[in-house]
Design a protein around this ligand. Sequence first.
Ligand SMILES: [Zn+2]
Length: 228
Amino acid sequence: MKIKKYFTKWLLIEYNNAAIRENRNRQLKEDYLDNLPDDIIIPIVLMFYHTRDEIRVQIVLDEKGNTGFLDMSSERYGMLPQYKTDVNGKFIFETDEQIRKKFPYKNREWTQKVIKKPYRKQNVFRKLVLEAYDNQCAICGVKEPKILRAAHIVPVTKGGNDKIENGLCLCTNHEIAYDQGLIKITMNGDIEVYSESLNIPYQKILYPSDQKNYPSKKYLNMKYTNNY
Ligand SMILES: [Zn+2]
């Protein structure tokens, strides 16, 4: 799936400041940021989950193709603007106003309260969910633990818990697609796809082998209707 998210100059500066505040890794130097043209569009060329709640994105820094990375919370990643292409293949970017609308505060930097959960608790949730789903992505069936994640149905930030009933075993791609609403799952486990470039082999999710580990219909429906 091609990433269509990008930074503008002020976004990159703001996200870099957030990374400094939140003690995240980054490779961007302040003088590089200051010298960027005001109207520059900086596309994200690569992204992956660095930890469960942290995303690392890679951007191209100069004409030589040198790249740098920046870490951010998954919530902050979700707020980045996304370009579209029209029928002639021309890029359409979001306006500054559209971008700023997504942030909770007007005219000042958004300071996110970062809750760092104990490492062990995350590990227990991951272990339980992956085991329940026999180490396969509930959407595509891929069986490679290195790219499998224990995704929350109702996000922790929206009050979701760390129980198996609020978990889905998803590969990194489908975790992002589910998180971004490109794939939706009904309370009966039907998979709905909202991106033409995503090919999903199944109509229904692959459930855990033991029925007591099934995802909660209530939580699936909460996520489905609220688009968290
Ligand atoms: Zn998958």
